[in-house]
Ligand binder design. Structure first.
Ligand SMILES: Nc1nc2c(ncn2[C@@H]2O[C@H](COP(=O)(O)OP(=O)(O)O)[C@@H](O)[C@H]2O)c(=O)[nH]1
Ligand SMILES: [Mg+2]
Ligand SMILES: [Zn+2]
Length: 298
């Protein structure tokens, strides 16, 4: 039989098989092959008793991330807020770019719409080609749209602490009782490591994960840090990238740059281009070999 890993705890994996949870250990051959199962993995298992089994094999992954450790993400749901704590659009741009490198669909939720609506920002991201939902976990506005968008998918929620991630999850399902305004007990299980994730099943065959915030995300991914690829991860830039005079155009101040032309014509938002330049500068300082050493030490 097959299922999806929803939780991993010191050597055990809780696998959701159509709603039934089976706790498994991985077969020795997976350890031997150094295949580490991740939350979100679709797996083959053999049931041993009603609640126990053995994890036999990991089915091919669509994508995966190391921090937080999760596989097969369909969507990265970026929760932003126009009210305190106000989300810096640069963070949204960084996370949408990261999602694109993982072939994972970014969805932007502007929460706390009851306090501070930000229609200009919502517009900006819609025009750039993203799905945007304006919502309020308090009044319930827009929550139906969130419920709809997570159906039949694995969605990872992220956003700065205090933007309302846990409140939104609670609003989605009355069975959820995640403490808000502080550190989540249920979702964190007392282990606030940045790598920890857990998937929760919601109506409509939705699987969702809360995460401790943007800070927990790996950002120095080689994909995001490849300067020549970076512009491709800003989806609304793509139509203009073949129009540059130089094949290795950085799209920052080059003559004959198709992207800069589109920027001048108002086809691209200035803030999006500024975020791109900021990420490009960061990518310049990226040293993959140093990063590798760091990972080995930790
Ligand atoms: N007015 C208003 N307050 C909200 C909304 N969403 C969350 N909050 C409040 O913001 C605070 C932080 O919410 P929480 O869900 O814990 O944020 P998290 O850290 O992202 O999980 C809590 O006091 C919530 O009651 C909203 O849409 N409108
Ligand atoms: Mg929370
Ligand atoms: Zn260019």
């Amino acid at each position: 039989m097959t299922g999806i890993i929803i939780r991993s705890l010191s050597g055990f994996y809780d696998i959701d098989c159509d709603g039934q949870i089976i706790r498994c250990r991985a077969r020795g051959k997976l350890r031997y092959k150094k295949q580490k199962p991740l939350v979100g993995d679709r797996v083959e298992l053999t049931q041993i008793s009603e609640t126990e089994g053995a994890l036999d094999a990991i089915l091919p992954r669509v994508n995966s991330m190391d921090r937080p450790a999760v596989a097969n993400m369909d969507q990265l749901i970026l929760v932003a807020s126009g009210a305190i704590p106000v989300t810096d659009p640069f963070l949204i741009d960084r996370m949408t770019a990261l999602a694109e490198t993982k072939r994972c669909e970014p969805v932007i939720l502007f929460n706390k719409w009851d306090l501070t609506p930000v229609p200009e920002l919502a517009d900006l991201y819609r025009k750039a080609g993203f799905q945007v939902i304006c919502c309020s976990a308090v009044t319930g506005e827009g929550i139906d749209k969130v419920r709809k968008i997570i159906e039949n998918k694995i969605s990872v929620f992220t956003g700065n602490s205090g933007v309302g991630k846990s409140s939104i999850l609670n609003a989605l399902d009355s069975d959820f009782q995640i403490p808000t305004g502080g550190i989540s007990q249920k979702l964190g299980r007392g282990r606030h490591t940045t790598r920890h994730v857990e998937l929760f099943r919601l109506p409509g065959n939705a699987l969702v994960a809360d995460t401790p915030g943007f800070a927990a995300f790996e950002l120095q991914t080689p994909e995001l840090m490849d300067r020549l690829e970076l512009a491709q991860h800003f989806r609304e830039f793509r139509p203009y990238l073949d129009d540059c005079a130089f094949v290795d155009c950085a799209h920052i101040k080059e003559k004959g740059c198709g992207l800069l032309e589109a920027l001048e014509d108002g086809k691209i938002a200035r803030s999006r281009h500024e975020s791109y330049v900021r990420l490009y500068e960061q990518a310049k300082e990226y040293r993959p070999w140093e990063n590798k050493e760091k990972q080995e030490r930790s």
